[in-house]
Design a protein around this ligand. Structure first.
Ligand code: PEP
Ligand code: CO
Length: 452
């Protein structure tokens, strides 16, 4: 392999990047970010990698979720707390079903850049650069707002730091304490159709904790805090490069802007700049695997990104669609098997199930999302493989972006609180319901594991 350094990607074709007006200004911003403190540490990154290795063997389970795109404006306490709450509640449900530790990873503190299908957008007779996320430009339709501004990378770094600071404080203090799962209830949970199911799970957990503490005669300190890791699509390569560092007493380079970056489906070309950048960092990394993935392509990706078969290094996030997963997933599992390497397979049941309604609104149907998930569990089970995690676009808030779920959201309801400027997310109730809906299959996994 040719030698690698944090900017060697610049010798390759980098798609989905903005064209900044002034290279000198851009270089100055990158230099500035590279001198600021890291957002995460290599200790955390390595701890997560080891846990993902366990998930790839079916010993832990990964829950990854959050917004399609974070926005700078929505960096406020309520939104962040709501995201943490839904992540904690879902993980509680999943832990209860699998009897395994759940690794919690947010799509947050850096999920500010989006791949787009077109470079420009035309309204009437005006054509402007497309909106690529708050890290690159602004969504308003004026020349000034759409012109990529490198200063936004600095603003993004700061927003990510503010978000992460609050998340860390909440997960370390009393908020995440398993003795008090009632802290996580949301104001509108009282109306949730799955309230009773969730309450039953919480009661059982509370009972188990009390039982353990009665036996041991101590308070279980481990129950009082949780780990929450961050992830985002590593799309904006200058931003990623600026936070790629060597650390004392460890080999190689770490991307310290996030624990666990992923390569999106549109930028996963083996000879492209994104794969070049990702191959050299020591973080655990993920790649989205869509319907266009071929056996040859996947084999090359595994070779380039996962040459040493290091446990937890590579995650493949399949996003194939409920109507194609049965046809497409089994050969992909076989392909990876033939490489002789172990990956963590997870399922993103969101991105293969997006549809556009006649009204032009983008949505996803709860039943299709659940169906892709259920089929994926079944395919892995049948093939003696492990589905070690799930990946959702979701929010802790009461939005109406996806159709269906126990409350029966319809096309008409979407107008009420459609807030995503990009992909439609599961709302609080739908996300919790999704977790509860797969507990049956997760329970089967747990039983199969116990009898092995
Ligand atoms: C995303 O995760 O928001 C995304 C754009 O996914 P994909 O690359 O799988 O289309
Ligand atoms: Co998305």
């Amino acid at each position: 392999m040719p030698s690698w350094h944090p900017s060697s990607w610049q010798e390759k074709t980098a798609t989905q990047q903005p064209t900044y007006p002034d290279d000198a200004v851009t270089a100055r911003v990158v230099e500035q970010i590279s001198r600021l403190p890291p957002l995460v540490t290599s200790w955390e990154v390595e701890a997560l990698k080891a846990q993902l290795g366990q998930a790839s063997r079916g010993e832990m389970f990964l829950l990854q979720g959050g917004d399609c795109a974070e926005s700078f404006d929505e960096c406020h306490p309520d939104g962040i707390t709501a995201k943490l709450k839904i992540l904690l509640q879902m993980s509680l449900v999943l832990m209860h079903a699998t009897r395994k530790q759940v690794i919690r990873v947010g799509r947050l503190a850096g999920q500010y850049a989006k791949p787009r299908s077109a470079d420009t957008e035309t309204r009437g007779d005006v054509t402007l650069p497309t909106y690529r996320g708050d890290l690159f430009n602004r969504s308003g339709f004026t020349d000034a707002e759409r012109t990529p501004d490198p200063e936004l990378m600095l603003r993004g770094y700061e927003r990510a730091a503010l978000t992460l600071n609050f998340i860390r404080a909440l997960s370390d203090g009393g908020f995440a304490d398993l003795h008090h799962p009632e802290y996580w209830d949301l104001s509108f949970v009282a109306h949730a159709h799955r309230r009773a199911d969730y309450a039953r799970i919480v009661d059982q957990i509370r009972g188990s904790v009390a039982f353990m503490e009665a036996i041991t005669g101590t308070q279980l300190e481990e129950m009082k805090r949780v780990d929450v890791y961050t992830s985002h699509e590593g799309l904006a390569l200058l931003y990623e490069q600026a936070q790629t560092r060597r650390v004392p007493r460890r080999e190689g380079f770490y991307n310290l802007s996030t624990h666990y970056p992923w390569i999106g489906m549109r930028t996963a070309q083996v000879d492209g700049a994104h794969v070049e950048y990702f191959r050299g960092i020591r973080n655990p990394v993920a790649v989205k695997v869509g319907p266009g993935m071929t056996a040859e392509w996947l084999t090359q990706l595994v070779d380039v990104l996962h040459p040493d078969d290091e446990p937890g290094r590579l995650t493949l996030i399949a996003r194939l669609g409920h109507d194609r997963v049965e046809e497409l997933l089994p050969p992909l599992i076989e392909t990876v098997r033939a490489t002789g390497r172990t990956v963590l397979w997870t399922c993103d049941p969101m991105h293969g199930n997006t549809e556009k309604l006649d009204s032009g609104v983008k949505t996803r149907r709860f039943d299709n999302i659940l169906s892709e998930l259920q089929q994926s569990f079944e395919i892995h089970r049948r093939m003696g493989s492990v589905l070690g995690g799930v990946h959702f676009e979701m929010t802790g808030e009461d939005v109406t972006e996806c159709i269906g779920g126990a409350r029966g959201l319809s096309e008409q309801d979407l107008q009420r609180a459609y807030r995503s400027s990009v992909d439609p997310r599961l709302n609080y109730e739908q996300a919790l319901e999704m977790a509860i809906s797969i507990t049956g299959q997760l329970g089967e996994l747990e039983r199969a594991g116990a009898s092995r």
